[in-house]
Design a protein around this ligand. Structure first.
Ligand code: NAD
Length: 510
């Protein structure tokens, strides 16, 4: 039996321990969820949304204490825990309460002339048991929002939270006990890689994974064995393009917040900044001044907290050291402690080049590397020269230019004159391209992704046969080729012989 240690990364204090679920317990959770699916999938959407409303009220009532707990488990400052974990979840629930009916209602589709008088529509059917595997950087919302999305769509769920922030997993388990969801509809299995592997091997009907590219690929390989659909929300190396006509102070404020919020442990952190040469020095001066003013620590009043996962620290150090060895300048910070401290100094790097790890690989720490560009084409090329494509930002007061650049970026999401904020709009689908992932969640597409869309074509059923059915005749062939020419060709005429053949064929239908 493996025991997970629960601790506060900022203070090192141990908060408790937790038993890891064994593979057979994970399997049992999936089987239990499968049995519960029969009932849950038949409950009305109104009843499901009613439970969500109860959850929303619980979160509103207990939001501050939950945020304190998340803060203790992650080292993020309480304001960030409230804003990015609790508020975002509450807001998403409200979005489902208002819009899920429309998003899950059958949708009419057009029917071409040749198929008349049939009608067509798309029906959304729940998939079964959804496995949600979550990371440690936003351990609450990145677990709870996919779980709720799956539940709203009529699925049952087995959630495996991250072992790094296991106490948040316990918190989520308590949350789902506090609101009376029917027995078996949501299970939380605690543990690390082995529990995650056991969950994938238990053949859920869909896997929703948020985490690293490496794990995402390994899950996709395992899922392919049984063709289990996977949705992968993976890492990023988000570029920020600051044009000559940007509001430079706003851009500098955004760069500092975008790089250092949650100590840079955000999949959409600003990890690469490209600034037009005409405003580069001014931008760097502002960023340096604003970074120097940040308050770091763990009290209520701090702005930058600690790192969450000790294993991330050597990666951050390696990226900075390599960059400096290759000619980068640490304008601020740069010395990553080797004494086990989880507080990393916010670091601003200039003179970076695209071949450095700091500009290629996900750093996931409080580092802001800045480089200059001289033309729009160069900025787009630099931004796109990355294996990732999660989010990006473009900074310009010329809307046409900003949109022109935004539309050339190889990215699942783009912000104009803002950073990271894409996720805050639940109407927008969220997800990555390239190595940042597969699939979308949030928005109508994101909710429908937890369903099988069934295309239904409905004939009134009054005629004896169809034009394309047996027995085949010469008239059928004449009719098909002449109608094809009439509908799709250059000369839109029908010969008398063709009209006669069509007439005879239509008579055979009755
Ligand atoms: P990770 O891949 O190490 O772990 C994520 C989860 O997968 C954990 O619960 C872990 O226990 C589990 N796991 C590990 N190996 C597994 C396996 N072989 N089979 C099944 N489950 C397994 O990721 P992490 O370090 O927790 O998270 C950080 C990463 O997540 C970063 O790369 C970050 O960019 C990314 N992320 C992406 C998004 C997004 O929406 N795109 C959001 C947040 C974080």
């Amino acid at each position: 039996m493996t025991v997970l240690s629960l601790h506060n990364p900022a203070t090192g204090e141990q908060i408790g321990t937790l038993k890891e679920a064994a593979p057979d317990e994970v399997q049992q959770a999936v089987e239990h969820a499968r049995r519960a699916f029969a009932g849950w999938s038949k409950t009305s959407l109104a009843d499901r949304l009613d439970l969500l409303a109860q959850l929303r009220l619980y979160l509103v009532r207990h939001g501050e204490e939950l945020a304190q707990h998340i803060s203790q488990a992650t080292g993020k400052v309480p304001f960030e825990a409230y804003m990015t974990e609790i508020f975002v979840t509450i807001d998403t629930i409200r979005f489902y309460e208002k819009h899920a009916r429309r998003m899950l209602a059958p949708q009419k589709a057009a029917t071409p002339l040749l198929l008349q008088p049939k009608k067509s529509y798309i029906h959304y059917r729940p998939m079964g048991v959804v496995a949600v595997i979550a990371p440690w950087n936003y351990p609450f919302q990145l677990a709870v929002i996919p779980v709720l999305s799956a539940l709203v769509a009529g699925n049952t769920v087995v959630l495996k939270p991250s072992e790094v922030t296991a106490s948040v997993g316990l918190l989520i388990e308590e949350l789902f006990r506090a609101v009376p969801f029917p027995e078996g509809v949501i299970h939380v299995v605690h543990g690390g890689k082995e529990a995650g592997q056991a969950l994938v091997a238990s053949r859920p009907d869909k896997i929703f994974f948020t985490g690293s590219v490496r794990t995402g690929k390994s899950i996709m390989r395992a899922a392919s064995e049984h063709l289990i659909p996977v949705e992968l929300e993976l890492g990023g190396k988000d570029p920020m393009i600051v044009c000559a006509d940007a509001h430079v102070e706003r851009a500098a404020n955004a760069a500092v917040w975008g790089a250092f919020t949650n100590s840079g442990q955000v999949c959409m952190s600003v990890e690469r900044v490209f600034v037009h040469e005409s405003v580069h020095d001014h931008f760097v001066a502002l960023v340096t001044e604003k970074t120097r003013a940040l308050r770091q620590g763990f009290p209520q009043s701090a702005e930058v907290g600690s790192m969450t996962f000790p294993d991330q620290i050597p990666i951050v150090r390696e990226h900075i050291e390599e960059a400096v060895a290759m000619g980068a300048t640490a304008v601020l910070g740069g010395d990553i402690p080797v004494d086990g401290s989880m507080f990393l100094p916010p670091t601003v790097l200039t003179n970076v080049t695209p071949n450095m790890k700091i500009m290629q690989e996900e750093t996931f720490g409080p580092v802001l590397p800045i480089m200059r560009f001289s033309s729009e084409e160069e900025a787009v090329e630099l931004a796109n020269s990355s294996p990732y494509g999660l989010n990006a930002s473009v900074w310009s007061q010329d809307s046409k230019r900003a949109r022109r650049i935004a539309e050339q970026l190889e990215s699942g999401n783009v912000c104009i004159n803002d950073v990271i904020i894409s996720f805050a709009n639940p109407h927008l689908p969220f997800g990555g391209v390239k190595e940042s992932g597969i699939g979308r969640y949030r928005g109508p597409l994101g909710l429908q992704a937890f369903t099988h869309s069934t295309s239904v074509i409905h004939d009134p059923g009054k005629r004896r046969r169809e034009l394309n059915w047996y027995p085949y005749t010469e008239d059928q062939q004449t009719m098909m080729s002449s109608v094809t020419k009439w509908l799709y060709g250059e000369k839109r005429t029908l010969s008398v012989d063709a009209l006669r053949a069509i007439w005879r064929e239509f008579r055979r239908l009755r």
